[in-house]
Design a binder for this molecule. Structure first.
Ligand code: ATP
Length: 350
């Protein structure tokens, strides 16, 4: 049984459509990340699931029970949903422990051990229970917000860009701690974000929201390696796209003849290669000739701009930081491609 099942969900504000016949299922105990551009309807989707807004069409079922449909609209407090907002929204006048137990009934609120167990679950010291939330770092506050959302053992936890207010140093650790806590609690969760690395690193499955629909929902590696179209390829990570021609199991393009990941009809295509698939080697190696136009060094890795005789614009390759130190602008190199590639059929005029 799905913990969350959404069928044909549509919502407009005035005459502006935001969600259009959206379909989504979230399996019990899994984390689904919804990735979408700003203004794409992510918060609207969460507000509909919570019951703060009502859809124009479609149904929402939580834990196998209809929560909202044409003839029924359960109130938010009847839906047993935990919610973690962008800024945590902790109450500053209550201790961390009181914040965690806030949504529980009076008897449960007296159980201090319960707050401590939830602090342990989110990887924080139990001594934090007595502290005011303002004394905690932003990442710790988000973990408290998760503990509060998990306290009533909800059927579903919704996370609305929960790490966007954190600086980069705190973000990675907090993501990990939150994902671990959700998994330890066996919680079912839906996370919305515009950050592709967040979606790919946290989701068991990732759905991409575009023009009010989920255009693809798949395991992170499937989404990254086999996006359904070129726009999605660019949205989920960096993509090198170039014209090509498919014949049988391979495609001919500026990078040579490459092996296709899946069967594609013969004919003109756009080929998609990820920058880290491009292997940059010395002229003694095999492959196609290129010249280095730029080196952008980031420490752990580097981006190279590469000019190929057959391409108007330089293409991007990603190499290890140590390897990049041996390259200079203007160097002649030879390129090959690791692994298989994806090709999107081109229609006439494209
Ligand atoms: N109550 C409302 N009344 C009118 N328009 C609204 C309302 N809520 C949202 N919208 C509009 O719906 C669209 C989707 O908004 P929503 O907040 O769901 O997007 P989002 O993907 O969460 O964006 P962000 O990532 O920037 O938070 C936007 O164009 C927004 O202006």
């Amino acid at each position: 049984m799905s913990a969350l099942a959404i069928r044909g969900l549509s919502k407009s504000f005035g005459d502006v459509p935001v969600l259009h016949q959206l379909e989504l299922e979230v399996e019990q105990g899994s984390l689904v990340a919804i990735l979408g551009a700003s203004g794409g309807g992510k918060t609207t989707l969460l507000r509909l699931i919570c019951g703060f807004e009502r859809q124009d069409a479609g149904t929402i079922s939580i834990g196998g029970q209809l929560a909202s449909g044409p003839d029924l609209h359960r109130r938010p407090e009847q839906r047993l949903i935990g919610y973690v907002a962008q800024d945590g929204a902790l109450f500053p006048h209550l201790s961390v422990g009181r914040n965690i137990l806030f949504g529980l009934d009076r008897n449960a609120r007296r159980e201090h051990r319960r707050a401590e167990a939830l602090l342990e679950l989110v990887g924080l010291p139990i001594s934090y229970a007595a502290r005011p939330p303002q004394e905690l770092s932003g990442g710790e506050q988000q973990r408290v917000a998760l503990a509060r959302a998990l306290a009533p053992a909800p059927s579903l936890v919704l996370l609305d860009e929960p790490f966007s207010a954190l600086d980069a140093a705190l973000r990675a650790g907090t993501r990990r701690a939150v994902a671990d806590a959700l998994s330890r609690a066996g919680a079912t969760a839906l996370l919305v974000t515009h950050d592709q690395s967040e979606a790919l690193s946290m989701g068991d499955r990732v759905g991409v929201l575009r023009h009010g629909r989920l255009v693809q929902i798949a395991a992170p590696s499937e989404l990254y390696c086999h996006p359904v179209d070129a726009e999605l390829a660019r949205f989920v990570g960096e993509a090198v796209l170039m014209e090509g021609h498919v014949t049988g199991p391979s495609v001919a393009c500026a990078l040579g003849r490459l092996v296709l990941a899946s069967a594609t009809p013969d004919g003109p295509v756009m080929v998609m290669v990820r920058p880290e698939q491009i292997v940059v080697g010395p002229l003694s190696g095999s492959g196609c000739d290129a010249r280095i136009a730029s080196v952008s060094y980031y420490g752990h890795d580097a981006s190279l701009g590469l000019v190929l005789p057959m391409l108007e614009t330089p293409l991007l390759a990603r190499v290890g930081g140590a390897q990049a130190l041996s390259f200079r602008d203007g160097d002649a190199v030879r390129l090959s491609v690791e692994g298989t590639v994806v090709a999107f059929p081109r229609t006439p005029g494209q």
